[in-house]
Design a protein around this ligand. Structure first.
Ligand SMILES: *Cc1c(COP(=O)(O)O)cnc(C)c1O
Length: 435
């Protein structure tokens, strides 16, 4: 198939994320990927600044990950998980229990991040139902979050950015606190804490759970907050008999400089969602972990089982590559890599702080964000980055990167330069069209 033919068929038949049908803007055709590089059909090679949406933390075609998939393929690709079990899944669950904060003991494997949030919600609601408190079925969160695209996750996404307008009357109505104050290093604001305390106190009787992304709000706006707020949430949830759910789908596996964002706070949630980097970006897999009290609550109900069971639950190929990815993290080298990338992102991005059209520059772990005064024109900004040899995918007013941990310092500098180029192109575009 020629690239032209491929793009014609893509436009006519293939739906892309958050895109209209038929397609309006041609996507870039990728032929292969290795290490930090994407090779396009036109021969260009781009440094991947996105790690395929947080997932490819070890880079593409990593020999150990490739070998794990091939090895597992020689035994079985998949078997149903009802009534059957296998070493890759058991090994993965054992490792996840070991790596995650103390107290999380039980693991539900599922297909994607959104589904893991659905499972977390189901666990929380069923826990209270089984304990004779079915009226505790609402969720609370803070604004600015993102938890996925299926309906319950959507209901706790930021109400302004999360299409709540479109889904009015369909989405369950949840309780929203203001967004957490900005700044990983900022001291906790007692006034903010008392607003949250007041809201949770007033609604405790109807709340099943508080669900938040700890430390980094990702697709809701790429904002960072103090781990101190997580300790406050833990205290308030204990006080008011509300479960605490951490969505670590984006933050898990080292991205923020700690293995899990919860580790910055020293807090164990009652339920935790993992996904994205779980398989090193190879296959779709997610996990919902919980503490024994949540499972025990469900077990004492009239219906004592968690009635959920995806067809591809515990997929052996996905579990095998997840085990290999965790094995790569086990030697701890990621910690130095993330620290090195953080330092190098600070050096490369901070000069953009005073640039025209740039309102903020922030870095945490292997995450770099440049915020603009106006939305980045997607095609223009992407093309400017590609011209500079880097793949970036801005959203709204944010040009950001979360490179793979194997990116070398020279590559981080090139990503920084490309972010600068994309920001300049965006600003010039707005000036040219008269905004
Ligand atoms: C990506 C993401 C999800 C959704 O995961 P999918 O695998 O895309 O369904 C949920 N929560 C957070 C924090 C995410 O970053």
């Amino acid at each position: 198939m020629t690239p032209t033919e491929l793009l014609r068929l893509d436009r006519a038949h293939v739906w892309h994320p958050y895109a209209p049908m038929p397609g309006q803007v041609d996507p870039y055709v990728v032929e292969s990927a290795a290490g930090t590089r994407l090779t396009l059909a036109d021969g260009r090679e781009l440094i991947d600044g996105m790690s395929s949406w947080w997932a490819a933390i070890h880079g593409y075609r990593h020999p150990a990950l490739d070998a794990a998939v091939v090895d597992q393929l020689g035994r079985m690709s998949h078997v149903m998980f009802g009534g059957l079990t296998h070493a890759p899944a058991v090994e993965l669950c054992r490792r996840l229990v070991e790596l995650t904060p103390d107290g999380l003991e039980h693991v539900f494997l599922c297909d994607s991040g959104s589904v893991s949030v659905e499972v977390a919600v189901k666990m929380a609601l069923q826990h209270w139902r089984s304990r004779g408190r079915p009226e505790k079925r609402r969720l609370a969160t803070w604004r600015g979050g993102y938890h996925g695209d299926t309906f319950h996750p959507m209901s706790v996404c930021d109400p302004d950015g999360g299409m709540h307008q479109l889904w009015r009357g369909v989405l369950p109505s949840q309780l929203f606190a203001p967004p957490p104050p900005d700044g990983f290093d900022a001291p906790a604001d007692p006034a903010y804490v008392s607003i949250v305390a007041d809201a949770l106190g007033r609604h405790a009787d109807e709340l099943a759970a508080v669900i938040v992304e700890p430390v980094v709000q990702g697709a809701g706006g790429m904002r960072f907050h103090s781990p101190a707020y997580l300790r406050e949430l833990r205290r308030l949830c204990d006080e008011h008999d509300i479960l605490l759910v951490f969505d670590e789908i984006a933050t898990g596996f080292g991205r923020t400089g700690a293995l899990f964002a919860a580790d910055h706070a020293g807090v164990t949630p009652d339920i935790m969602c993992l996904g994205k980097a779980l398989t090193g970006g190879y296959l779709s897999l997610a996990a919902t972990l919980c503490v024994p009290a949540v499972a025990a609550g469900i077990a004492q109900g009239e219906v004592p089982v968690l009635a959920h069971g995806p067809t591809f639950m515990g997929n052996p190929l996905a579990c095998a590559v997840a085990n290999a990815s965790i094995e790569l993290l086990a030697d701890g080298a990621w910690r130095a890599d993330v620290a090195r990338i953080e330092a190098s992102l600070r050096t490369s991005l901070s000069p953009l702080g005073g640039a025209p059209g740039v309102t903020d520059v922030r870095v945490l772990g292997a995450i770099g964000v440049v915020q603009l005064a106006a939305p980045a024109p997607l095609a223009v900004a992407t093309a400017a980055a590609a011209e500079a040899g880097v793949w970036l995918r801005p959203f709204r007013d944010l040009i950001y990167t979360m490179p793979s941990y194997v990116a070398e310092t020279g590559e981080i500098e090139r990503i920084g330069a490309a972010i600068g180029a994309a920001a300049r192109a965006s600003t010039q575009h707005h000036q040219a069209v008269g905004h």
